[in-house]
Design a protein around this ligand. Structure first.
Ligand code: FRU
Length: 625
C-alpha cells in the first residue's frame, strides 16, 4: 500500500489515483475495516469486532487474503463487480482480524474455513443491525402492506403481506401478529396461504357481531375480505378477484369460504384491496375497492354478495401511480360537533416520480353510495411527506368508548423496497398513529400522532430549557441509547436554517431541518449511512410548515432503521427509513446564522420491544401452492 500525506482517505486516494492512474487503491483502517477506490466507485468495507491480542501479521494476512481472492476470481481488476470487490475485501478484513486474535505471525494465519465462519457469524449480526427496536417487523423474510387490522375481544390483530420463503416480494400470504397495547406484539402462525384461486393480496377484517354472514352458527366471529390474485387460464392475463375467509376462534385458524371468489369484474385488471365497514345509517356493509384509477363502492347485507353503488376519483387527486389500498371513515372535526369523511388512497410507484409510492387522502362526504370530494379535483392532500409510509389503513372495530381511529403503514417504498439492506428479514411498519381532523385556513386536514401507549417505552429522560444556539455555539449531546424519542420546542427567532443532526460513531448523519425562509421542514438522509442500494434513496425532502408564533414544535422517534418526525402537533409528518453505518451516538443542533432558542428539549431513552413467537402450529385447512 502507499503512504498518504493526508488523513482524509477519500481525498488522498483520489489524488493518488488521478496522479498515478492506479486501478485499485485499498487503505486498511485497522478494526474499522478498509476503504477502497476503483475507477468508477469507492466505499468503506466494515471490519470485524474481535478480541485482538497481537497485531503482528495483520496487514500481511489482509493482503495475502486479498491476493488469494483476486487470483481465484481469475478476471482482470476492471471486470470485477462492486459485489465481488466487497466480498473480497470482507474476506481480507476477516483474515486480518483473525490473525490478531493469536500470538505470532505465520502460525496465526487462519484457515479459509475459519474466515468463512467469522463472515457467516457476522452476517447474522448484520441482519440484526437494522432490526427495529420499537417498530413492528417480521420474524424473518418479506413484509409489505398491513392487512386485516381489527380489534376483537381485547386484542389488536395485525395481518400483513408476507412472503415466508424469501426477503423479496413473491407469492403473498397473510402473516399475523397480535397485541394488547399496539406496542408489544407477538408473532402468530401464518393466517392465510395461497390456494387454488391464487395468492392472498391485501384486504381487511371485520367482526361480524350479528352473524350477518350466517357463517358463525348464531354467534359472532372474524371475517377477512381480501384479493385473490392469479392469472386467467384462457388469456394468461393477471386476474384479481375478491374472496372471504372466516375464523371462529379469534383469528387462530381460518376457513376459506367455499363460494370464493365472491366478487369479480371481468374487465378490470387492477381490482383489489377491499376495505369493509358497517354503515349504520343505511344498515349495511360497505366495501371500498380500488380499480386502477378510481375507487368503487359496493354494498352488502351478508358480506358475501355485493352490488356496486358508486365510483369516485377518475379525475380527482393524484394519479401519479395506480390506486391501491383504500380506506374510508368518518371523523369529528376538532370539538366542533361536526364531522367529515376521510378517503385514503395509496398510489403506486411511478419511475418518473422521485417520491415513489405514497399516500393521499380526500376530505368530503359519504352518502351511503359514493364519496363526494369537498375540495377541487386538483387539490392534493398527502398523508406523509417522508418517503416511507405506504399502504396505511385503519383498525376496524375499535370500541366506541375508545373512539380512536388508528392507522399503521408499511414503512417502505415500492421504489426500493426489494433492495433495502436489512438481510434475512425485510420490511417494517410505522408506529400506529391516531388520526384526527382539524379545521385550518386552508380547509379541513388530517393530523396524526403515535398512540399514547408508546409512552410506556420511556426509560429515562434528559431535559434542557432555554438553550441558545448560534453558528459558533451549537448544542451537542452524546446519546447513550440508540432508541430515542425527542420533543423539541424551538423558537426560530432571527435564525436561518436549524439543523438537528443525528450522527453515528462512523460517517453517517441524518438531518432534520427547518428553513424559516421557505417555511420548509425536511429530512436529509443523503449521508444517512447505506444509501447506494438505490439511486433514489439518498435524498432530501420535506413539506411546507408554517411556524406558530415564531415557534416550531417537533416530536421525533428514532429507531435503528427509521426516523419519524411529527411537527406542530402532527399537522405535518415525515417518515423515513435510514440505515446508519454504525449506531447513532451524538446529536447536534446548529443554526446557520443568527440565533435560535431551544425553549425546551426533552430526550427520552426508549426500551426495545421484543417480539416473541406465539404458538407454532399452522392454521388448519391450508393449501400450499
Ligand atoms: C400495495 C399492494 C396492494 C396489493 C399488495 C400486494 O402495496 O400493491 O395493492 O394488494 O401490495 O402485495
Amino acid at each position: 500500500m502507499i503512504g498518504l500525506k493526508t488523513a482524509d482517505v477519500e481525498k488522498g486516494s483520489l489524488e493518488l489515483q488521478q496522479q498515478f492512474g492506479i486501478t485499485w487503491i485499498v487503505v486498511t483502517l485497522a478494526e474499522k475495516g478498509c476503504y477502497y477506490r476503483l475507477a468508477g466507485h469507492d466505499g468503506y468495507v466494515p471490519g470485524f469486532q474481535v478480541e485482538a491480542i497481537d497485531t503482528t501479521g495483520a496487514g500481511d494476512a489482509f493482503l495475502g487474503c486479498l491476493l488469494y481472492k483476486i487470483l481465484k476470481a481469475g478476471v482482470s481488476l476492471n471486470q470485477l463487480t462492486k459485489q465481488q470487490i466487497i466480498g473480497m475485501l470482507t474476506f481480507a478484513n476477516a483474515g486480518g482480524a483473525l490473525v490478531t486474535t493469536r500470538k505470532g505471525a505465520l502460525q496465526s494465519m487462519p484457515t479459509t474455513d475459519e474466515i468463512t465462519q467469522i463472515i457467516e457469524t457476522n452476517k447474522q449480526h448484520d441482519d440484526d443491525r437494522f432490526r427495529p427496536g420499537f417498530h413492528f417487523s417480521p420474524h424473518s423474510h418479506w413484509l409489505n402492506d398491513p392487512n386485516g387490522l381489527v380489534y376483537y375481544e381485547g386484542v389488536y390483530h395485525l395481518f400483513y403481506q408476507h412472503h415466508p420463503y424469501s426477503n423479496q416480494w413473491g407469492p403473498m400470504h397473510w402473516g399475523h401478529a397480535v397485541s394488547q397495547d399496539l406496542v408489544h406484539w407477538e408473532h402468530m402462525p401464518i393466517a392465510l396461504f395461497p390456494d387454488e384461486h391464487g395468492a392472498i393480496f391485501s384486504g381487511c377484517c371485520v367482526v361480524d357481531w350479528n352473524n350477518s354472514s350466517g357463517l358463525f352458527d348464531g354467534s359472532h366471529g372474524m371475517i377477512a375480505l381480501f384479493t385473490h390474485a392469479d392469472s386467467c387460464p384462457e388469456t394468461g392475463q393477471p386476474r384479481q378477484r375478491q374472496s372471504l375467509a372466516y375464523s371462529s376462534d379469534k383469528g387462530r385458524t381460518w376457513h376459506k369460504y367455499e363460494g370464493n371468489p365472491i366478487l369479480d369484474e371481468h374487465d378490470l385488471v387492477d381490482f383489489r384491496d377491499p376495505k369493509v365497514f358497517w354503515h349504520s345509517p343505511s344498515e349495511c356493509w360497505i366495501m371500498a375497492l380500488v380499480a386502477g384509477d378510481h375507487v368503487r363502492f359496493y354494498r352488502s347485507d351478508n358480506l358475501r354478495e355485493w352490488s356496486l353503488s358508486g365510483q369516485f376519483g377518475k379525475s380527482e387527486g393524484s394519479h401519479d401511480g395506480v390506486w391501491e389500498c383504500p380506506d374510508l371513515f368518518e371523523l369529528p372535526i376538532d370539538d366542533s360537533g361536526c364531522s367529515k369523511w376521510v378517503l385514503i388512497i395509496s398510489i403506486g410507484d411511478n419511475p418518473n416520480c422521485p417520491e415513489g409510492s405514497r399516500t393521499q387522502y380526500f376530505i368530503g362526504e359519504f352518502d351511503g353510495n359514493t364519496f363526494i370530494n369537498d375540495n377541487p379535483a386538483d387539490h392534493i392532500l398527502w398523508l406523509d411527506y417522508g418517503r416511507d409510509n405506504y399502504a396505511g389503513v385503519t383498525w376496524s372495530d375499535i370500541a366506541e368508548q375508545d373512539g380512536r381511529r388508528v392507522i399503521i403503514g408499511w414503512m417502505s417504498n415500492w421504489k426500493y423496497a426489494n433492495q433495502t439492506p436489512t438481510g434475512a428479514w425485510r420490511g417494517a411498519m410505522t408506529l400506529p398513529r391516531i388520526l384526527s381532523l382539524t379545521s385550518r385556513d386552508e380547509g379541513v386536514v388530517l393530523t396524526q400522532m403515535p398512540v399514547r401507549e408508546i409512552e410506556q417505552l420511556r426509560k429515562g429522560t434528559l431535559c434542557w430549557n432555554e438553550v441558545k444556539v448560534t453558528p459558533a455555539v451549537p448544542f451537542t449531546q452524546k446519546m447513550n441509547d440508540v432508541l430515542l424519542e425527542i420533543e423539541a420546542d424551538i423558537d426560530i427567532r432571527s435564525g436561518d436554517e436549524v439543523h438537528i443532526k443525528m450522527k453515528s460513531s462512523g460517517q453517517s448523519e441524518t438531518i432534520i431541518g427547518y428553513d424559516p425562509v421557505r417555511q420548509w421542514l425536511f429530512i436529509d438522509r443523503s449521508k444517512s449511512g447505506l444509501t447506494d442500494f438505490h439511486p433514489s434513496f439518498g435524498c432530501k425532502h420535506g413539506a411546507r410548515m408554517v411556524p406558530e408564533n415564531g415557534k416550531i414544535k417537533l416530536h421525533i422517534w428514532l429507531d435503528r432503521n427509521a426516523v419519524e418526525v411529527y411537527a406542530n402537533e402532527g399537522l405535518v409528518a415525515l417518515t423515513d427509513q435510514i440505515f446508519p453505518d454504525a449506531p447513532m451516538d451524538r446529536i447536534e443542533i446548529s443554526a446557520k446564522t443568527g440565533e435560535v432558542v431551544l425553549n425546551s428539549f426533552h430526550m427520552h431513552a426508549l426500551n426495545s420491544i421484543h417480539i416473541p413467537n406465539g404458538p407454532t402450529e399452522q392454521a388448519s385447512r391450508r393449501v400450499e401452492v
